[in-house]
Write a new protein. Structure first.
Length: 149
């Protein structure tokens, strides 16, 4: 495993822990957002560090090499590339990002008191449900196309 994976995990974990500590001890209207973003950085960072530790052990070298070879085969497989493209990948990813940014924006507007609490809460819940449905739909379409072709 490359050293950059270790550094990514370390920086992500450090930033996440810092945001969580800052959110707990610095009492502002956006403290809950800082804690949430901190958790969103801390979790994947710790997973990345765990993966780096696991795959850099000498006893796992052969297994890791096999996984990399299989991953390269899967990445170059034309059939799988076609399926990824046909599942609406571009619109899907753009929609997920737009939805996530909208959730953060409306929550921030609610916390700062710019938008009425109940209206903003309904919009945030609606967008969160839409985000989950969009993710499940993309996964389902990919699996359906995979079986079809």
């Amino acid at each position: 495993m490359k050293k950059i994976n270790f550094w990514y995990g370390l920086v992500s974990s450090t930033m996440g822990a810092g945001l969580i500590v800052l959110g707990f001890f610095w009492n502002t209207p956006v403290s809950s957002l800082m804690c949430g973003c901190g958790g969103a950085l801390l979790g994947p960072g710790l997973v990345q560090l765990w993966k780096y530790r696991k795959w850099t052990r000498p006893e796992n070298a052969d297994t890791y090499r096999e996984r990399l070879e299989q991953e390269q085969i899967d990445l170059r497989d034309e059939r799988k590339n076609m399926l990824r493209d046909r599942s609406g990948r571009y619109a899907y990813v753009f929609g997920l990002m737009l939805c996530a940014v909208s959730i953060l924006t409306f929550h921030l507007l609610e916390v700062l008191g710019i938008v009425e609490e109940t209206a903003a809460r309904l919009v945030v819940l609606y967008l969160a449900a839409y985000l989950i449905i969009q993710y499940i739909a993309g996964f389902t379409v990919y699996r359906w196309l995979s079986k079809k072709y």
